[in-house]
Design a protein around this ligand. Structure first.
Ligand SMILES: [Zn+2]
Length: 379
């Protein structure tokens, strides 16, 4: 989560962006499509139809969501692939048989940055121009990542100035030499020979590829972008720009903060409930399983009577599932969606995490691109 203020949706619109009134109407029909698709897939749950949540306040609040502990939700991180240049990155399982496609998610391992590691630790792969890091190191790290993924350090890598919007740009190779990157949270292209990049350090990166039209896209989805339907809108943009059909699309959701760690305020719940009929499926009440608190509960007692303590479960949201649902509502099949990596905060040794490091974090990149024709056999 790189910005905390509410950002205005830019007026300069791409075809898939609509006025908010039109968007509400469009989303209603999109939601019907999701509901029928989910029903056909046997995934519909009874809670999905309950629109209103009970109005409760204070410590006596009734259980509104399934309750769980972080331990029940954490997953083991996948073993990264190690490139010859030392960069450790996550390939996308199931995409190996697409030789025309470049794609992967970086970790913090590899690289030359010393801004976020202990003095005696190995240098790291910070890929964002953060205040704490040296610009030269970041440029060299980006070349290392391009080399790890494409076997050529000179492959242009196109980044964005992300601002938690649903703005999507059509990238061209000339963008690689722009002084100021485009201000957007999604980009797409059908031009080979370059990598589209999304920077994250807890937010969710989503990569999409069209197997038939050979077009690719990358999206940045924090909670604000998710509520603004960046991914659904992105698939719409791919359809308009390249004629992409949902059944030809494959998608990968990369490492980001997990349901285990992503505690949010009530306003986030309200925003999701105003947008998605399935919003309730995305939230859980997670109990703090702090081992110190478990062992010494007396230390944490307040003057309130037992059971009246305000130290209760916190509300967590599942951004990975939220974006998977958007891909489904855009028409992708569940089998075409890969979830890669795990919670960045739980595994901040492997990933940069904004929350795990109180904002002092480097940036990872999710990249996708089309290999130049002469470098792959046609398929
Ligand atoms: Zn976690």
């Amino acid at each position: 989560m790189l910005a905390s203020r509410r950002e205005p949706v830019p007026v300069e619109s791409i075809p898939a962006m609509r006025s908010s009134a039109a968007q509400t109407i469009a989303s209603a029909s999109a939601l019907e499509a999701v509901a029928s698709r989910m029903a056909r897939a046997g995934l519909i749950r009874s809670s999905q139809t309950s629109a209103k949540r009970p109005r409760t306040a204070g410590p006596f609040r009734a259980t509104r969501f399934e309750r769980t502990t972080p331990e029940e939700l954490t997953a083991t991180p996948p073993a990264p692939q190690r490139a010859a240049n030392g960069v450790q990155w996550l390939p996308i399982p199931g995409w190996w048989d697409l030789p025309w496609l470049w794609a992967g998610f970086s970790t913090r391992k590899g690289g030359l940055s010393r801004a976020y590691c202990a003095e005696d630790a190995a240098a790291e792969l910070n890929l964002g121009f953060t205040a704490a890091d040296d610009l030269e190191n970041v440029l060299r790290n980006r070349r290392l990542l391009a080399e790890a993924i494409t076997s050529n350090a000179a492959t242009p890598l196109i980044a964005l100035r992300q601002f938690h919007s649903n703005r999507i740009v059509h990238a061209v190779s000339a963008d690689a030499s722009r002084k100021q990157p485009h201000k957007a949270d999604g980009q797409m292209t059908a031009e080979p020979g370059m990598l589209l990049a999304i920077q994250t350090a807890d937010c969710i990166p989503v990569l999409v590829a069209d197997r038939k039209q050979r077009a690719v896209a990358a999206f940045h989805a924090g909670w604000r972008g998710t509520v603004k339907r960046i991914v659904e809108s992105g698939v719409g943009s791919m359809r308009l720009a390249f004629g992409s059909r949902p059944q030809d699309l494959i998608a990968a959701i990369g490492p980001g903060i997990g349901l285990c760690c992503y505690a949010v305020g009530e306003e986030v719940l309200s925003e999701f409930e105003s947008q998605f009929s399935y919003a309730r499926d995305l939230f859980r009440e997670v109990y703090d399983s702090n081992p110190v608190r478990k062992k010494y509960p007396m230390l944490f007692l307040t003057q309130r009577a037992p059971g009246h303590s305000p130290i209760g479960p916190s509300l967590h949201v599942d951004l990975v599932e939220a974006n998977r649902r958007q891909l489904l509502s855009a028409g992708l099949s569940p089998e075409s969606i890969q979830i890669v990596g795990c919670c960045t905060q739980c595994h901040s040794d492997l990933f940069f995490s904004h929350r795990a490091s109180d904002g002092h974090a480097g940036r990872m990149m999710a990249v996708i691109g089309i290999r130049e024709a002469r470098k792959h056999r046609s398929r």
